[in-house]
Ligand binder design. Structure first.
Ligand code: PHE
Ligand code: ZN
Length: 881
């Protein structure tokens, strides 16, 4: 496949479709290498389309067997086929029927887009533009059709036949070994939500009754033998369905809701109407193979896909520029769900950490783009942290600005007004304006501008008149293609703390700038004067991380210690600890580079001690507070001329120092894990494990000679995966005595669970050790590694490229070369997985000179390949720009 010439698709070029497809009747005769798809499409010419105007259908890699219009076969001179389209001159009437037969080879489909097989099971993935790999069709989200799908396959090989909607008929095909099923989905939907599954699968079944009393059958389909791993997913599904009724008044709308878990899947999961298809990583769990994080992820992803039924399916996107319309909103909804199921502050902290870890670097580098991009070359490269996570933050700000009731009334109006439509961000915002009477013009900039705003803070207290002035300013640093940005509206939740640590009563007399506990920063700079403030207060800004911005504020260690102890906002208590830790890490990284002595970490140690001793804090929060900013976070804070080795050295030594200083508090926590008590995945139990494992992590860095034995002991006696993989990771990363035996023991125990082995792969690939480069090469050759499985690729190569900064960015360039080579290999088979891996280079310019030029050479090597996919071409061009 030679490189395609990239074409740029622009938002401003949007045109409504010339023809719509009212109904799509598909007859799919399944076969591993020669599946037939007979599509009968009722085509409707749109009022603005001239009779006889050309009809252009999308296609990709299709073998066209026949085409007929109103039953009359077309001769091959009556239409035009190119690699990406089928064009014909249709009849001049308002409607006509097109019958198209295509032949597909599911076994040859290594891209995992369109119809493919995963461990023998037929399945589909159509978002964003995979339906065109099944049949010729206007494959765009604003063409909504009612689908009826007949599936036919051998009974033995494929006892299970599934598609969207409700099952209306099954039967045997006379005189054959085949059977069929007919599914009908009454809800018009875009092609990207089409799905089918066929295979020999086991299922677990449950049911749900909607608030209106409609019974719904719930099924989760998995490979035989994995039924026992589905209980948590089913439980999460039922809780999601109930929660969406209670929190947003949204009920389910079909007789059945099916989930299928497959092992080969490019992304996390897919919200196909009534037939969600999941990466099995987000379905399967038991204490033996899943960590607490896995349980939380499954709960969140099950909820996310279910919530799409309203935000994505009932109301979908007009075009792919509006992707955040469904993704940002649905992430917001799943975050709220998890917050209600678990601890709200802990969930908020976890979400913000993720945002800062993945989205902030994206937004500060060459791949930065607005939450609603204006152009793209390959839409599959826009399923990004910016669209998803920043998109969710934008929705959260809307809630902060309008208040919970205002937000809810806007959302109700949105569901009401746009149900059944493919719509836009403008239409979404209009609902909130109409419902609340507010003006969201300036707010809309959050969708238009890339980059993370930087908010600077200055304060002045005047004891003469008891006033306190807070001056705030904002700027978005320049980015490629965006030299200057306009001031955004930034809601800053805040509090002023008096000397006793209590929040002061706020009096400003200026309600345009402050409403309740929210400051509205709307201009490049603005000053707020507070009255009745006798003592200089401590300022707690950006409570709950009320806006996706970076804050620069002069805060002394004393101020931060004070906030860490007293702030009434748990998020900001955590943030105060983090800020202090960041200051310490930055100073020490600089000391490592300049080869000078470290400043004392006494302030940080004292704060961590207060946290550990605070009985009001729940263990999960303590675990979060004790986790220092990551090496990637620190690199991000340094910004340029980054030396990953210096960061690693500084951070590791800081952890060791804290471990020694706080040993009396940490050691009992590390030891105290209830190995005999039964495992439960609930948030409170998970929090206790998290704290104990965090303590064990410190202990492993300490100078205590008993550390090695304790970590080995934890590994051997763990009764759940969270504890076992933590101990294994520590053994491997520290090169402790016993590491090799533990690796072997883990492998023997889990060799038949690919998902468990992924953790083993990741533990090895992330070891910050010189030999890891060779280890990763060995892992790729391991018989348990499957180069065609995206989860394996992520476990080994992604983990290395994104979770091992010192080794990926080795000073000899070998880490970069390994990933560049891998990208080229994988690209031949699966461009989406390859281009995702390639994004790990996105911060290359921030590295110190030698490393950044080595990274550039590796990128240039990728770029010079003549057979690059459009996916990788797009990423490499933008990364090098
Ligand atoms: N729409 C899916 C989700 O967020 C993600 C996805 C995108 C899956 C593209 C597959 C392909 O839930
Ligand atoms: Zn989604």
């Amino acid at each position: 496949m030679p490189s395609e010439t990239p074409t740029t698709i622009k938002l401003e070029d949007y045109q409504p479709p010339a023809y719509r497809i009212e109904t799509a009747n598909l007859n799919v005769l399944l076969d591993p290498t020669a599946t037939l798809v007979i599509a009968e499409l009722k085509v409707v010419r749109q009022p603005d389309t001239k009779p006889g105007a050309p009809l252009i259908l999308d296609g990709d890699n299709l073998k066209l067997l026949s085409i007929a219009v109103d039953g009359a076969p077309l001769q091959s001179n009556a239409y035009d086929v190119t690699p990406s389209a089928l064009e014909l001159t249709p009849p001049t009437g308002d409607t006509f029927t097109l019958t198209i037969t295509t032949e597909l080879n599911p076994d040859a489909n290594t891209q995992l887009m369109g119809l493919y097989r995963s461990s023998g099971t037929y399945c589909t993935q159509c978002e964003a533009d995979g339906f065109r790999r099944i049949t010729y069709f206007p494959d765009r989200p604003d063409v909504l059709s009612v689908y009826t799908v007949r599936l036919e396959a051998p009974r033995d090989a494929c006892p299970v036949l599934l598609s969207n909607g409700n099952l209306i008929k099954t039967g045997l095909v006379p005189d054959t070994d085949r059977h069929f099923a007919i599914w009908h989905d009454p809800h018009p939907k875009p092609a990207y939500l089409f799905a089918l599954v066929a295979g020999d699968l086991a299922k677990i079944t449950d049911n749900f009754t909607t608030a209106s009393g409609n019974p719904v059958e719930l099924n989760i389909f998995v490979e035989h033998g994995k039924e026992a791993l589905c209980d948590w997913a089913m439980d999460s599904l039922k809780r999601s369905m109930r929660w969406d009724e209670e929190a947003f008044g949204r009920e389910y709308d079909l007789d059945v809701f099916n989930i299928v878990a497959v092992s080969d899947f490019n992304m996390g999961a897919m919200e196909n109407k009534g037939l969600n298809i999941f990466n099995d990583k987000y379905v399967l769990a038991d204490p033996e193979t899943a960590t607490d994080q896995d349980y939380a992820n499954i709960e969140a992803v099950i909820a996310h896909e279910y919530f799409h039924n309203w935000t994505g399916n009932r109301i979908t996107c007009r075009d792919w520029f509006q992707l955040c319309l469904k993704e940002g909103l649905t992430v917001f909804r799943d975050q709220e769900f998890s917050a209600d199921m678990r601890s709200r502050p802990v969930k908020r902290i976890a979400d913000v950490k993720l945002l800062k870890m993945h989205q902030f670097p994206e937004d500060a580098g060459p791949l930065a783009h607005p939450v609603r991009p204006r152009s793209y070359q390959e839409i599959n490269n826009f399923y990004t942290a910016t669209i998803y996570e920043k998109g969710a933050e934008v929705v959260r700000m809307l809630q902060t600005l309008l208040g919970e009731d205002g937000f809810r009334s806007g959302l109700d109006l949105y569901f009401d007004r746009h149900d059944g439509e493919a719509t836009t961000i403008e239409a979404f915002l209009k609902c909130f304006e109409d419902a609340t009477g507010s003006d969201l013009d300036q707010f809309a900039l959050w969708y238009e501008q890339a980059g993370t705003p930087l908010v600077s803070v200055n304060t002045a207290h005047n004891p003469k008149d008891n006033s306190f002035k807070l001056t705030l300013s904002q700027e978005i640093p320049p980015l490629p293609g965006q030299q200057s940005a306009k001031a955004a509206v930034i809601p800053l939740r805040f509090g002023l703390l008096g000397p006793d640590g209590q929040d002061l009563e706020i009096t400003t007399g200026d309600s345009t700038k402050v409403t309740g506990d929210v400051i509205l920063l709307k201009r490049p700079a603005q000053t707020i004067t507070f009255q009745n403030v006798p003592d200089a207060p401590k300022v707690s800004l950006l409570r709950g991380f009320s806006a996706p911005v970076r804050l620069t504020q002069d805060q002394s260690a004393d101020d931060l210690a004070f906030l860490a102890k007293h702030d009434s906002d748990p998020y900001n208590r955590w943030q105060a600890v983090q800020t202090l830790a960041t200051q310490t890490l930055l100073a020490r990284t600089e000391a490592v580079r300049r080869k000078v002595a470290f400043a004392s970490a006494a302030d940080l140690v004292a704060v961590l001690q207060t946290v550990l001793e605070d009985d009001r804090l729940d263990p999960a929060l303590k675990a979060q507070a004790l986790t220092l900013p990551s090496e990637t976070d620190t690199a991000q804070d340094i910004g340029n001329n980054v030396d990953p080795d210096a960061i690693h050295t500084a951070r590791t030594r800081l952890i060791a120092e804290i471990a020694d200083e706080l040993q009396p508090l940490l050691l009992p926590l590390a030891r105290d894990y209830a190995k005999d008590s039964a495992f439960s995945p609930d948030a409170a139990s998970a929090g206790k494990r998290a704290l104990s494992n965090r303590a064990l992590h410190y202990h492993a860095h300490s100078s205590n000679p008993g550390a090695v034995a304790l970590v080995n002991d934890r590994f051997e006696n763990a009764n759940n995966m969270t504890d076992r993989i933590m101990a294994l990771t520590l053994l491997v990363h520290h090169g402790f005595e016993g590491a090799m035996d533990a690796l072997q023991a883990f492998r023997s125990r889990h060799a038949t669970s690919a998902l468990a082995m992924d953790k083993w792969f990741a533990a090895r690939a992330t070891a910050p050790r010189d030999e890891t480069l060779q280890v990763v090469q060995d892992l790729i050759a391991d018989p348990l590694y499957e180069p065609s499985n995206p989860n394996r690729v992520r476990a080994v190569l992604h983990s290395f490229a994104t979770g091992n900064p010192t080794q990926f960015s080795r000073a000899d360039g070998k880490g970069f070369n390994l990933i560049a080579e891998s990208v080229l290999q994988i690209d031949k088979r699966n461009p989406q997985v390859a281009s995702r891996l390639l994004t790990s280079f996105r911060s290359w310019r921030a590295l110190e000179g030698r490393r950044s030029s080595l990274a550039e050479s590796a990128l240039l090597r990728v770029s010079s390949s003549e057979e690059l996919s459009r996916d990788c071409r797009d990423i490499v061009d933008r990364t090098l720009q």
